[in-house]
Ligand binder design. Sequence first.
Ligand code: 3PY
Length: 259
Amino acid sequence: FSTAIKSSLEGPSPAFGFWLTLPSAGVAKTILHGASGCSTKFSWVLVDAEHGLISDHHYYELNNAIGSEGASPIIRVPYAEEWMIKRALDAGAHGIMTPMCHSEADAAKIVKYAKYPPLGTRGYGPMFAPHSMPGVNPGPDYDDGANDGITVAVQIESRSGVKNVEKIAAVPGIDVLFIGPFDLAKQMGVTRCGEEHEGAIQRILAAAHASGKKAAIFCTDGNDARARAEQGFDMISVITDVGVFRTGMLNELKTANGE
Ligand code: 3PY
């Protein structure tokens, strides 16, 4: 089967998405609807179960809601553990993302957890995935298409991740190298947006493309996202739900106050 994120990554323009931290189908759908006035659209939503308020009992409803708007839910699980990846996928996620991939061994382990045998060790139990993927409708043969249809993204956000990035990118089954710029700066002990930080970002971008993989990055706003699009990133998170609320509310309050 094919998903919105897979087709969008095959197209000529970057796949724009946003970051959902609130466990609300209403928030996800409101943002996806709000974006319909733009000539491009969000093809994916990162459902953040690492740092967001989302946990696995929200997955099924969020996956259904996001899919019903024609976008792909990608769940960032709290940690690269097999049971966490399995629960996200069984609830109908179109892809998974894991934090802190430091080495090719980490990457190979994540692929193994995300794929059914013989490629991996994902346990069988897709009772809900076939009907929690509106727009994809994989049908009763979900498991036949899942190994190819599911997007596997790993986050490169540490000094060792950057050191090993070429080897990580070469691991079969890894689709996307996703940069977490905030963690990357903290873990490297460098200033965000400084020279060393930007050098690492460019190395990750180049490594992904050299292996025929996609490069993705988290951005804080539209200007940041535009700059990354111009650098050739394939998949870009434009803003977070709470980022929209914070900046939108502050601007309106300032306008109301005559500031
Ligand atoms: C980071 O910037 O560290 C992320 O993982 C995105 O929030």
